[in-house]
Design a binder for this molecule. Structure first.
Ligand code: NAD
Length: 361
């Protein structure tokens, strides 16, 4: 099969981690007889430097023309002082909206090899951590009107808005995902305070009538933040709005060991998806060859599974990541706990996973 992949390397550790994911994709292409063609697209700080715009239309067009998009990360202190609407992260919001990818899917699963890297107590980890956060991605407060004005003092406003149809389409993804898993969906909102959350809750309950096989529960977002560390085993699928999902999924990543391990997929109405690790550009470790590329490698595996219908190839990558971890290889962020661990850099980790895939029959 031939697939065109738009590649956004971005800023900070972005180029390093994307290199490793491409290494792995090339080995998969060779092993399974596929052709992956890569087209580089600029977004984020590097695009500001080159074009004065975090996502020029020409670069978005490359992504829209591709079969899918692989993204590293964008942003960094160099661009902290650029005006809000021209910040690197605006590129992220614009590509999500431009591609119409309204559903962000972030698994929080603990690898048994990394159980000791979780900050939670062993008795909590032993009960299992395996849930998915389905986050609405192109609505809510991040996409509402933002303004700052003077009225004797500075006042800022950010508008949070959701329509029934926006809630319904992400709700359906939540129910469908739960149906394919353990059949439990937790809808997270703040309906004791927010109108958008009350609408959210009512739409979820209306949808529940169409999915009798799924057990729907409601949870307030502040309680959810607590429950994720207290008893993560209770969750199967969490569905929530954009900002709550942003915060909860970072929290969920930490309990699995490291933010560097978690992939994500963002999909809309077509199979052209956006695949990226959930972390940022980690400027503190950029260019040092110490970043963990596994979240990006696993994002590439999600691309094969969800956009290219290549489940065997995706399984192969995930299995080989597990094998490399079982052999004790670790990047710095997942070194804690366990004996006989071998510290490796970003590039070496990519080499090890690639070699494992090549060697495995
Ligand atoms: P971050 O995720 O970049 O880093 C947080 C911490 O995690 C840092 O200590 C970092 O070194 C570590 N870390 C992150 N990824 C790692 C990896 N793969 N391996 C090892 N350690 C890793 O978050 P931040 O520091 O808040 O943000 C840095 C920049 O990234 C900011 O400009 C922010 O706006 C941007 N950002 C971009 C995205 C994105 O591109 N999707 C997401 C979040 C933040």
């Amino acid at each position: 099969m031939k697939k065109n992949i738009a590649v956004i390397r971005g800023d900070g550790i972005g180029p390093e981690i994307v290199n490793e994911a491409i290494k792995v994709l090339d080995v998969i292409a060779e092993k399974y007889g596929h052709t992956f063609v890569y087209t580089d697209a600029d977004m984020g700080g590097c695009a500001i430097d080159k074009y004065g715009d975090p996502l020029p239309q020409s670069e978005l067009d490359k992504c829209l023309a591709a079969d899918s998009v692989l993204l590293g990360a964008v942003g960094g202190p160099k661009w902290d002082s650029v005006p809000g609407n021209m910040r690197p992260e605006k590129g992220l919001l614009r590509i999500r909206a431009g591609m119409g990818v309204y559903s962000n899917n972030r698994p929080a699963k603990i690898w048994p090899q990394l159980a000791s890297a979780s900050p939670l107590k062993p008795e909590i980890v032993e009960k299992g951590i395996d849930f998915i956060i389905v986050r609405e991605l192109i609505g809510g407060i991040y996409f509402g009107d933002h303004k700052t004005y003077e009225q004797g003092e500075k006042i800022s406003e950010d508008v949070m808005k959701y329509s029934e149809s926006e809630i319904e389409r992400i709700g359906r993804i939540g129910f469908e995902t739960a149906k394919k898993r353990r059949g439990k969906l937790c809808s997270v909102e703040k309906s004791n305070v927010l109108d958008t959350s009350r609408l959210w809750k009512s739409v979820m309950h209306r949808l529940a009538e169409e999915y009798p096989e799924v057990e729907l529960s409601d949870m307030l977002v502040d309680n959810c933040a607590m429950q994720i560390v207290k008893n993560p085993a209770q969750f199967d699928v969490i569905v929530t709005e954009n900002m709550f999902g942003d915060i909860l999924s970072d929290e969920a990543s930490m309990i699995t060991g490291s933010i560097g391990m978690i992939p994500s997929s963002s999909l809309g109405a077509t199979s052209n998806g956006l695949y990226e690790p959930i972390h940022g550009s980690a400027p503190d470790i950029a260019g040092m060859d110490v970043a963990n590329p596994i979240g990006t490698v696993l994002s590439a595996a999600m691309m094969l599974r969800y956009s290219f219908d290549m489940p065997a190839e995706a399984d192969d990558i995930e299995d080989c990541v597990g094998r490399v971890l079982s052999k004790g290889y670790r990047t710095g962020d997942i070194m804690s706990g366990g004996e006989g661990l071998k510290r490796v850099g970003c590039s070496k980790m990519g080499d090890l996973i690639s070699a494992e895939i090549k060697a495995k029959k």
